[in-house]
Design a protein around this ligand. Sequence first.
Ligand code: SF4
Length: 350
Amino acid sequence: MPKVDDDSVRKAAASAADVAYSIPSISEQEKTQLKQRIREQLKAKNAVLIAHYYVDADIQELAEETGGYVSDSLDMANFGNQHSASTLVVAGVRFMGETAKILNPEKRIIMPDLDAECSLDMNCPIDEFSAFCDAHPDYTVVVYANTSAAVKARADWMVTSGIAVEVITHLVERGEKIIWAPDRHLGSYIQKLSGADILLWQGSCIVHDEFHAQELAKLKLQHPEAAVLVHPESPAAVVELADVVSSTTGLIKAAAKMDNPSFIVATDNGIFYKMKQAAPNKTFIEAPSVGVGATCQSCAHCPWMAMNNLRNLAEVLESGANEIHIDPAIQAKAIKPIEKLLDFAAQRRK
Ligand code: SF4
């Protein structure tokens, strides 16, 4: 199986954390001023703010208040596609801006910080991935949304965590063998549920990879009333302790629907903003991300998501900088596996 360069990803995550957490905190007075500047700029530039569940709660709140949107990556790109704004301001990480551009090539896509990466995307460089696919020509290539435009362009299908099991099961029924990239935990989870013949790329998310099963088991004993909600990018031992395993959107829905008064949540803690909104009288507890005495790298919050803040959001709107550009030849190929997924999802909804 292909090896990924974990050291360089760890170093990149540490430097992202340095950038994100060295920013002086924003006072309430400055926050009010920044939000007003952003509101004015959104109107003046015919722009809409689209935020991921994992970014700062102030940005999520502002997206909702100004008629924008908060969701997962594909839904963010879809929303941008249906919105009349000529500029989409994507608060999230780089592959989300790229996905928005692939689906909306005629629109201007800007992001607060173009250095906001994703360990899964970094774990899957196009040259190595393409060579791996070339070595297994009889396999259908399925990639996760958390990949570069170039990797999507090399794939047959792109999927999100919410629909991955359905797509792979469909491919298994057609007798197809699968290359799955980049997340090894999500890939193993899909393999277990679908019984697919899968070659797994060995990437991982630095946030979910740190959730710790033994510590989670102890926390469950302390909170017997709590249901455990787990994103499938987490290790298998953590997934086994879950009451619900689902995508970000699925976990928010579960928190609203289930009767439990509290929830232990194994995904990025940025999701608590929407969970508290969906279930205001319930309590949300972070799943433990390390063993006793260890030092966590991410502490349940993505350092690249944390690079988005009200200051760089206001600045990018005013300057128009940080625009996403994609080679048209790559865009034309990358849109195909995404459209395949959208058609599949539309068929399933009928
Ligand atoms: S939380 Fe993980 S999967 Fe999401 S952007 Fe950060 S590193 Fe990537």
